[in-house]
Design a protein around this ligand. Structure first.
Ligand code: GLC
Length: 557
């Protein structure tokens, strides 16, 4: 515990935890727009103050009072339509209906939503399952609508699945592993429900979902924050679940970096896409899950050790990420001029990156103002691709400093055509083509250029962008993106993804009625309407976790 204080992270008692830890942040956010006034302003200039005008159409005046966690349950209609005097977009009601159609029940209780409700598709594959990562936007939508029960049921059900013995062939998986997805099997004759779960042993390519456990922890905090119900997170089962997930990541090994070493296909991008190594998506989720767990773990005998490890890792991880993954114009120029083959502690080019390996596109892509966390960093390898999810989570978790968060938003604005185009939002930029595509994807026909994970546009990412926009005080960017989505999503029956450099075409193999496209839209709408929802998915910067200043050199180790 003392260590916690010394390292500069807020110390939480075993009883109070989350609400105390973050509430003050949220109230500050709501009191006044969190704008960086030193920065030049963008088209988003008007930001939160304008947002408030937008909101007076309905809810701003009373949004302190309307945000009553857990107080809206029982409605079949979106809470917003009941609350506001203005008519919500017609898509909202349609989306709620579609979202409710995707509900999955286990012994009469809703426990999740299926990935896609697409009867027209010939191949169901595993789209009829409840995916952990896919359920997150559904869960947030239900929480925001005052319906926390399904989220609680989901958290408990997946926790139970974590307890299963997991094997792939003769190999036993780590105890803490969470499933990628599960399916409820109904037996109409015997009237029984059973569950099958996939921890990677059935998944295409046998990929392990490293992100599932992180999302589970993040969702547990969102549930707790939204309902004010600390009792779930405090149960011995949930405490153990968190510890097990983190034990998988915090154990000592041969690592020389605090980032988490992963196989390809370990996250939302669950096919070979050259993200093996230290992918930004996982590093950002790892950071966020560590911070969420820190706010929920009890300081009892078992929790204490875990907390100490978390605190140490957070410091090392934020230092590493903010320094070595961060790329802006200046940094790019520095790398371009790097010397190679430097030995010893004085090396500037620590990972021995050869400047010739910088791809041409990045010189055009990098705006004078703006920056982002690149895709991957390891010895002699920098993957300069932009990945949307990791950068948004970096903002939400405050892995990005306030300056870096602003720079990411600047980049999105400056490269709007490339990253948003006609349909928000590119999962990755740019696409890999030709020979490189053959080598990197193994000739994957689903991941051809500007399709699916290879530069495809995924509507689900809209909620992450919106949350990041609100957090950085730039809601206009989100509004623009939502406007774009509203021209197509319903008409196109909520596709999973779009193809093309501008995202104009419904994806080649995209499912229709993809649940997270539907839920992502709803969450984006609700957050923009009532920014206080942001608190459940965002963590304020820890003022004392600034490794670059005021700290002894031990922080660098
Ligand atoms: C695809 C996506 C994955 C998603 C799953 C279910 O496999 O790549 O991210 O979780 O479909 O929608």
């Amino acid at each position: 515990m003392d260590g916690t204080k010394e390292m500069g992270l807020r110390n939480v008692s075993s009883t109070c935890s989350i609400s105390e830890m973050d509430d003050y942040d949220l109230s500050r956010l709501l009191d006044k727009p969190r704008l960086n006034i030193e920065r030049q302003r963008s088209f988003d200039e008007r930001s939160l103050s304008e947002l408030s005008i937008g909101l007076t159409r309905g809810s701003y005046d009373n949004y302190e009072t309307t945000h009553s966690p857990g107080g809206r349950s029982g409605f079949d209609t979106p809470a917003s339509s009941a609350r506001n005097s203005f008519e919500p977009h017609p898509m909202v009601a349609e989306a709620w209906e579609a979202l409710r159609r995707s509900l999955v029940h286990f012994r009469g209780q809703p426990v999740g939503t299926i990935a896609a409700y697409d009867h027209a598709s010939e191949e169901v594959l595993n789209y009829d399952q409840v995916f952990v990562r896919d359920f997150v936007p559904s869960a947030l939508a239900f929480l925001m609508n005052g319906e926390p029960e399904i989220v609680k049921n989901f958290l408990l059900k997946t926790l139970q699945l974590q307890g299963w013995e997991k094997r792939i062939d003769r190999f036993k998986l780590g105890e803490g592993a969470m499933p990628a997805s599960f399916k409820v099997l109904h037996d109409p004759v015997r009237k029984t429900d059973t569950i099958i779960a996939d921890f990677g042993e059935s998944a295409i390519g046998r990929v392990a979902p490293v992100d599932s456990g992180f999302w589970w922890i993040i969702l547990l905090r969102a549930y707790t924050k939204s309902t004010g119900d600390l009792s779930l997170a405090e149960t011995p089962e949930c405490q153990k679940g968190m510890r097990l997930i983190l034990t998988l990541c915090l154990s000592e090994g041969f690592d020389t970096f605090p980032t988490l070493l992963c196989a390809d296909g370990c996250s939302m991008i669950d096919r070979r896409m050259g993200i093996y190594g230290y992918p930004i998506e996982i590093q950002a989720l790892f950071f966020m899950a560590l911070r969420c767990a820190l706010s929920m773990l009890k300081h009892d005998a078992e929790g204490k050790e875990c907390i100490e490890r978390i605190v140490k890792r957070l410091h090392a991880l934020s230092y590493h990420m903010r320094n070595y993954f961060w790329l802006d114009f200046q940094q790019l120029n520095d790398i371009y001029r790097y010397k190679t083959e430097e030995y010893s502690h004085t090396a500037v080019n620590k990972f021995n990156v050869i400047p010739d390996s910088i791809p041409d596109w990045v010189f055009d892509f990098m705006p004078t103002r703006g920056g982002y966390f690149i895709g991957n960093v390891s010895p002699a390898r920098m993957d300069f691709r932009w990945f949307c999810l990791g950068n948004c989570i970096a903002i939400l978790s405050s892995l990005a400093t306030p300056e870096q968060s602003m720079a990411i938003m600047d980049l999105i604005e400056a490269r709007w055509d490339e990253l948003v185009g006609e349909m928000p939002l590119k999962i990755a930029y740019p696409a890999i083509e030709s020979h490189e595509w053959k080598i990197v994807t193994g000739c994957d026909p689903k991941n051809t250029r500007w399709s699916y994970h290879n530069g495809g546009s995924w509507p689900v990412l809209l909620w992450l962008l919106t949350a990041a926009c609100i957090k950085t005080g730039r809601p206009q960017i989100a509004r623009r993106a939502i406007d774009l989505a509203e021209t197509r999503l319903l008409k196109d029956s909520w596709p999973e993804y779009y193809d093309g450099t501008l995202g104009r075409f419904i994806g080649k193999q995209a499912r229709k009625y993809q649940t997270w496209s539907i839920a992502g839209y709803l969450v984006a709408k609700m957050m923009l309407e009532d920014p206080s929802h942001l608190g459940m998915i965002s963590l304020e910067e820890d003022k004392q976790m600034k490794p670059l200043i005021k700290r002894s050199s031990s922080w660098n180790c």
